[in-house]
Design a protein around this ligand. Structure first.
Ligand code: UDP
Ligand code: MG
Length: 334
């Protein structure tokens, strides 16, 4: 036993809620808990620790249940299957009762020791405190370059200032969280959604550590899809660009037609031109397919939204005052 004090302070809501989504993180549970507890005890605030088990296939749930039995600060939400990090995080946020809520990754890449500084900014009046990576050391140049390109494109395409190199590690005050909970979308690009909320935002810089244990679930294909999610959720530019592109191509075609007519009138009919014809047909065909593909990206997302399925399903929850499990979470206004 780690000397955890099992004192029950259920009557009063905590000031601080730390929310951790977890997928196959057995090897990190204890190390994370120890470091978080040390930091949170030192703040002198009332706190709770919400772990969301996102359908792990290893011993994560057993480890979390053991922790909950040992320390009343620990609350556990067990989702019915793997819903993905963004949804798991949303589930945790919905169950948080603190005045300041801190989402953090389970792999100790985000240092818990930064929490007092986040708290200080919050007490100084910031309603959202972003934790931004000072450097991306330990990442290859491919990852760095693609990440930079992504942030550049996103900045150009949307009017919402989405902070660079900022993950989900941050502090959100309850008012900001309430706004976030009113955002019903199923395409949950969290860093964009946090930024959309607005409010008085502050930034704290930190150095990101490598993963404590286990492997990342992000490969380039998933990162690419995350990028698509971000762009389609926060910009309609890719949809609208086609009218202008079409207008440009049509104008060019018209001018070329005039040129060809005049040339034919002066110099007579000119038969060769197979190669240029082929290039033009293939080029326009390619452009049209890309346009269709972009339409498809948005259409698929609209389809996801109109189905309006629940965002997540809770199988079991430990440590929450209302012991009846609300299996299905439906969003407001649905
Ligand atoms: N995670 C999750 N569900 C998933 C994938 C990841 O809850 O389907 C959690 C994971 O356990 C970790 C956090 O999301 O706490 C970040 O995941 P990871 O470290 O793999 O991402 P990275 O740090 O590489 O962006
Ligand atoms: Mg990580």
């Amino acid at each position: 036993m780690n000397g955890a004090t099992p004192k029950q302070d259920s009557g009063n809501p905590p000031t601080l809620s730390v929310v951790v989504p977890m997928y196959n993180e057995t090897a990190n549970v204890l190390a994370l808990y120890d470091r978080l507890r040390a930091v949170l005890e030192a703040t002198g605030e009332r706190w709770e620790l919400i772990f969301v088990n996102d359908g792990s296939r290893d011993e994560t749930l057993a480890a979390l249940t053991a922790l909950h039995q040992r320390d009343v600060h620990v609350r556990v939400i067990d989702l019915a299957r793997n819903f993905g990090k963004e949804v798991a995080l949303s589930a945790g946020l919905d169950h948080a009762s603190g005045e300041a809520i801190i989402p953090i990754d389970a792999d100790l890449q985000d240092p818990p020791e930064l929490i007092p500084e986040l708290l200080r900014c919050w007490k100084d009046g910031a309603e959202v405190v972003n934790a931004t990576r000072r450097s991306r050391d330990g990442e290859g140049w491919v990852k760095k370059t693609t990440a930079n390109m992504f942030y550049y494109v996103l900045e150009k395409m949307t009017r919402i200032p989405i902070p660079r190199n900022t993950g989900d590690f941050r502090l959100i005050s309850r008012p900001a969280l309430q706004v976030l909970q009113r955002m019903p979308e199923r395409s949950r690009f969290m860093k964009g959604m946090f930024a959309w909320v607005g409010f008085r935002q502050a930034t704290v810089l930190f150095d990101r550590a490598p993963r404590h244990a286990g492997a990342t679930k992000w490969n380039y294909w998933r990162l690419w899809n995350l990028a698509l999610e971000g762009i389609t959720s926060f910009s309609s530019l890719p949809l609208r660009v086609w009218s202008y592109l079409g207008l440009g191509v049509a104008t060019f075609a018209f001018l070329y037609m005039v040129f060809l007519m005049i040339r034919t009138l002066i110099f007579g009919i000119d038969v060769p031109g197979y190669a240029s014809l082929m290039v033009v047909v293939l080029f326009i065909g390619g452009i049209q397919l890309i346009g269709l593909g972009v339409l498809g990206e948005y259409l698929a997302r609209i389809f996801e939204e109109v189905k309006a399925r629940p965002l997540y399903v809770v199988r079991e929850q430990l440590g929450f005052s209302q012991e009846t499990v609300d299996y299905v979470k439906t969003l407001p206004g649905r």
